[in-house]
Design a protein around this ligand. Structure first.
Ligand code: HEC
Length: 233
């Protein structure tokens, strides 16, 4: 092929590329002469649902009846020992700091001055539908922030199931136990219920953990620790 031929071919190829590069197309957030609002980024049509976010099951996702008018009274999940264990773990992480591990409402944050929540063992909350607990975790309640971002939907229900178990743990009758357990329980010695421990008064903020002046430093902070022999240098 002659040199001229090759040059012409290259020029033709280049021209071809150039045409595709310059073809009419929209760039992100560009201007449009076609749409009346001059935006080439089109707004989503009303009611668009991203894949995986339909959440049509209102009992599960919102804790309400389909019309949204009443809270569910039965857990929309099957409760298994695994679910309860998961609920307990999540409860101890996210709720116990304020509600304490028994649900009495004297968690560590409260002992240090946060507004005390009601005990889960009062009649009003014993009678409250499970949907109420789900709603409180999802949307918050009064001084309590919501935990929707931290706890996903199945875990919220696992926590609610565990709270029901906590409530039963403080309010069970002998007749609630299965017959084979009853005999064993009846044979146990009767122990008078211990007096509830008083909640220590809240401490002012900021907290001052007073440390004795002559307290020895933690071994890891000692200058000898790095040498590993503890010998004076
Ligand atoms: C930072 C502290 C704090 C944490 C953590 C917390 N709560 Fe609360 N909770 C409160 C306070 C305070 C109230 C009382 C709010 C009020 O009446 O203004 C409350 C109230 C409640 C109530 C009662 C609502 C009613 O009807 O009176 C429920 C149920 C509840 N919380 C569930 C939970 C669950 C479940 C978690 C864990 C996912 C949790 N809370 C985590 C502080 C907390």
């Amino acid at each position: 092929m002659s040199c001229l031929g090759a040059t012409l071919l290259l020029a033709a190829l280049n021209g071809c590329r150039q045409e595709m590069y310059d073809q009419p197309k929209y760039k992100p957030l560009g201007k449009s002469d076609f749409f009346p609002d001059s935006r080439n980024e089109r707004p989503l049509p009303d009611g668009t649902v991203p894949r995986g976010f339909l959440r049509a099951d209102s009992r599960f996702y919102r804790g309400t009846s389909p019309d949204g008018k009443s809270l569910v009274t039965e857990l929309p999940i099957v409760v298994t020992p695994r679910i309860l264990a998961r609920g307990r773990e999540r409860y101890d992480i996210y709720c116990a700091p304020c509600h304490d591990r028994t649900g009495g409402g004297a968690g560590m944050v409260v002992r240090r001055g946060y507004r005390p929540p009601p005990s889960f063992h009062i009649d009003r909350l014993r009678d409250a539908p499970v949907g109420h607990f789900y709603d409180v975790v999802t949307n918050g309640f009064g001084a309590m922030p919501d935990y929707a971002a931290q706890i996903d939907v199945p875990d919220r229900w696992a926590i609610v199931a565990y709270i029901r178990a906590l409530q039963l743990s403080q309010n069970a009758k002998l007749s609630d136990a299965p017959p084979e357990e009853r005999a064993r329980l009846e044979a146990l010695p009767v122990v008078p219920p211990s007096a509830p421990r008083p909640t220590p008064p809240p401490r002012p903020f900021p907290f001052s953990e007073s440390k004795p002046q002559d307290a020895p430093p933690h071994p890891a902070l000692s200058p000898h620790a790095a040498r590993g022999d503890g010998a004076p240098q």
